[in-house]
Design a protein around this ligand. Structure first.
Ligand code: 6GU
Length: 242
């Protein structure tokens, strides 16, 4: 996979060089390039924005500047991702869909966003997804891109040391719609609190049962919205008691 990010603040994407995502690039699992939008401005002041038609607060990023940037970076095989609080919501299913693309281009808006014609024109020749990472407002798309690239990169073949992690995680395919159960490690007693006894019982069925019950309880308490849409066919007889 190849990922290009176009932004006014290239340094905002520096964290992608670190940790799991940075390692994945070094290992050749995907290639990442970050482009400064300002290099596609043509006037003396390198203007990238202007006041909105129809009035209103703030500034809008100009279509012509973005058009030149996308002409240079995107192609027919590109999935263009436009981070915006007005987009469809990112979830694990959408992350997995993005992980299947050959080429992702992220177009980071600042201010009040990008002239809508940029996405509309791009959609004539490539796939375009306007995506939000949640119901709150960030100052720009850059931090949302950090979130999306990490969510995508860990799903690419060979990126996770243990691919099982991607399956058992909250929202992974192994536990559809349930939050992950709590985890414990040494020491066995921490500030007077022992670990749950079942975890050292050696009874694998009992451990699995306990983990599933904890997942269900957690989900019921923290995310009742997920329980409400749980597929009844994924429940077993013992779940009903929880
Ligand atoms: Cl993708 N961008 C901005 N600016 N704010 C957001 C967002 C994206 N997702 C949630 N809030």
């Amino acid at each position: 996979m190849r990922i290009d990010v176009i932004t006014l603040f290239p340094e905002y994407l520096d964290p992608l060089r670190a940790s799991l995502v940075g390692r994945a690039q070094q290992d050749g699992r995907f290639a990442l390039a970050v482009h400064d939008l300002r290099q596609f401005a043509t006037d003396r002041h390198r203007t990238v924005d202007d006041s909105p038609y129809g009035g209103g607060a703030g500034m809008v990023m100009r279509a012509d500047v973005w058009g030149r940037a996308l002409d240079a970076v995107a192609g027919p095989d590109t999935v263009l991702v436009v981070p915006t609080p007005a987009g469809e919501r990112l979830d694990q299913t959408l992350a997995a869909e993005l992980a299947g693309a050959q080429h992702l281009v992220f177009a980071c808006g600042r201010y009040e966003g990008i002239d809508q014609r940029v996405a509309d024109v791009a959609a004539e020749t490539m796939a375009v997804r306007e995506i939000s990472i949640g119901d709150y407002v960030l100052a720009g798309g850059e931090v949302a891109v950090l979130v999306m690239v990490e969510a995508v990169a860990r799903l690419l073949p060979g990126v996770l040391g243990n691919p099982e992690s991607a399956v058992t995680d909250s929202f992974g395919a192994g536990s559809p719609g349930l939050l992950e159960h709590p985890q414990y490690t040494r020491p066995p007693v921490y500030r007077g609190r022992p670990i749950p006894a079942v975890l050292t019982s050696g009874d694998h069925a009992a451990v699995a049962r306990w983990q599933r019950d904890e997942s269900l309880r957690r989900t019921a308490r923290r995310r009742p919205d997920l329980l409400a849409v749980l597929d009844a066919d994924t429940l077993d007889e013992a779940d009903v008691a929880v």
